[in-house]
Design a protein around this ligand. Structure first.
Ligand SMILES: Nc1ncnc2c1ncn2[C@@H]1O[C@H](COP(=O)(O)OP(=O)(O)OP(=O)(O)O)[C@@H](O)[C@H]1O
Ligand SMILES: [Mg+2]
Length: 376
């Protein structure tokens, strides 16, 4: 279990100013879980990771692994990075070009404080090479590996010391799209098989959703929402999170009335009255933003009504883009354009009428006083 409590890390900015790059960051990661810090460039992900690693000295807070405190501002504890027993892979991972695969992985064992016998060393190296599926390439020069293989080699090197914690900072960012997607599966498999507690940093929401047990979305140095991938995607608590995780439509509205169903509200919007979901209490007339994912707008040429409790709207096809597996429609309702993702079998031409059905559960109301986007 990793515990990070009220962590703050500052840098000296320009002209004597102070940049608080990690601001009161708190989270726990249970043993064996995969935890991701996700957010836009400059939000403080790397700073938080480097603080956990001991490569930055935080100005406040506490970091514990199990019952071992590696940093505490209050108690004046700072354990040096090489004594924390954490494995790390950074964005610009470096393999040693003058060594073969085996030697690359064996190197940390040779420079570490603990001495290993030749047999012990060979056993450990071959075990991690097997885990990352490189054992058959042990003798190959490290430079004669593909990008994905080099990536796995960097991972093997981080794993060979059997770290208590694995810290990964955008480790897949140097790879092309196809390889990145394949490495995602590999990484997930390796992490699951070894059961190693992992902190992963990325600005790629797809990667975060695919890999994580839990995600913390960061903005301007702070964690703005934490939860499972589905939770974060389906129940964003702010406009910032809804916008950052996937694409979405925002519709401004005002509360009309509470519905009989729990957490359901009737809202007036420029596209008509909508039934929406909100788990907080709302006041009559209160302004809010409704977030609706493109895949949750169900398009049909057949007539729609609200008899089944779903929202029923009518518009026209303004634009459409064929993307193979699906078609993106821009549907114009009044003066509002909504993005809808539809099956390619829907062939309604541009300019024709189109009807829309939306499940109220997929209309997420975000109260106005939630934190708005701050980062540039
Ligand atoms: N060594 C430094 N000195 C001063 N400011 C820094 C330093 N490193 C980072 N910062 C600032 O701290 C903030 C957080 O940076 P950080 O590298 O943690 O962001 P990040 O979320 O990892 O971004 P990216 O996705 O671009 O890697 C930014 O405003 C950055 O400019
Ligand atoms: Mg970074």
């Amino acid at each position: 279990m990793l515990t990070v409590r009220s962590l703050s890390t500052e840098y000296a900015g320009q002209k004597g100013t102070v940049v608080r790059a990690a601001d009161d960051v708190s989270f726990e990661v249970p043993q064996g879980k995969f935890f991701t810090l996700l957010g836009p460039s400059g939000c403080g992900k790397t700073t938080t990771l480097r603080s956990i690693a001991g490569l930055e000295k935080p100005t406040g807070g506490e970091i514990r692994v199990g019952d071992r405190t590696v940093f505490s501002a209050a108690q004046g504890i700072f354990v040096a990075p090489n004594r924390r027993n954490f494995g790390m892979v950074f964005q610009s991972y470096a393999i040693w070009p003058h060594m073969n695969v085996f030697q690359n992985v064996a190197f940390p064992l040779e420079v570490g404080r603990r001495r290993f016998s030749q047999a012990e060393k060979a056993d450990r190296v071959m075990r991690v090479l097997h885990a990352v599926a490189l054992d058959h390439l042990a003798e190959r020069d490290a430079t004669r590996l593909s990008g994905g293989q080099q990536q796995r080699l960097a991972l093997a090197r981080a794993l060979v010391m059997e770290p208590d914690l694995l810290l990964l900072d955008e480790p897949l960012s140097n790879l092309d799209l196809k390889l990145r997607e394949r490495m995602r599966f590999e990484l997930k498999r390796i992490q699951r098989e070894l059961g190693i507690t992992t902190i992963y940093v990325t600005h790629d929401q797809g990667e975060a959703l695919a890999l994580s047990h839990e995600i913390a979305v960061m903005n301007a140095g702070r964690i703005v929402q934490r939860g499972g991938p589905r939770d974060i995607y389906e129940r964003p608590k702010s406009r910032f999170v809804a916008d950052f995780i996937g694409s979405t439509n925002f519709v401004e509205g005002a509360v009309l009335a509470r519905e009989a169903d729990p957490h359901h509200w009737r809202v007036s919007t420029p596209i008509g009255e909508l039934r929406v979901v909100c788990h907080e209490d709302l006041g009559r007339g209160e302004a809010l933003t409704v977030s609706i994912r493109p895949e949750d707008l169900e398009l049909t040429e057949a007539p729609v009504d609200g008899a089944d409790g779903r929202n029923a709207l009518s518009g026209t096809v303004d634009q459409k883009v064929f993307l193979g597996e699906y078609v993106d429609f821009q549907v114009k309702i009044g003066e509002t354009i909504l993005l809808a993702r539809a099956h390619p079998s829907l062939r309604t031409p541009i300019g024709n009428p189109i009807n829309v059905r939306i499940d109220p559960e997929k209309c997420i109301a975000l109260p106005e006083d939630e934190p708005r986007r701050q980062a540039a």
